[in-house]
Ligand binder design. Structure first.
Ligand code: FES
Length: 124
């Protein structure tokens, strides 16, 4: 230690003050291996593994596209898979514009994706 006080903000001045570690809520325990979740795409129940993203559950069930472009109506599903492109948007439990590649599927989730097709059609 050099004796200087610990700053409560980034030296650049941005960001929130450091949060004491005692204020950080603990992560929930991971699900036991083999735990399954069921999500609902319209009237279809889709099964996935606990911890999978919604995109993962959709893809594992053969749904490769779940929305269409505003112009041209071209099918879209996962493109980047890392939360950057927003191609994978769905409505989950009434909440619109959820990135399916970032949202962990929870048992009982209701996914509204009017463009969903079992095989996804042709991507371009
Ligand atoms: S696939 Fe790009 S944000 Fe989800």
């Amino acid at each position: 230690m050099n004796g200087s006080p610990t700053p409560d903000r980034c030296p650049c001045g941005a960001g929130a003050p450091d949060m004491p570690s005692s204020d950080v809520p603990p992560l929930p325990p991971p699900p036991p291996p083999g735990t399954r979740v069921t999500v609902h795409l319209g009237t279809t129940a889709l099964s996935g593994s606990a911890g999978q993203t919604i995109a993962g559950v959709l893809l594992a069930n053969g749904v490769t596209a779940w929305r269409t472009t505003a112009r041209g109506g071209r099918p879209r599903g996962v493109f980047c898979g890392i939360g950057v492109c927003f191609d994978c948007l769905v409505t989950v439990n009434g909440v619109p514009d959820v990135r399916a590649c970032q949202r962990i599927a929870r048992d009982g989730d209701v996914i509204d994706a009017p463009g969903a097709t079992p095989s996804g059609g042709d991507h371009d």
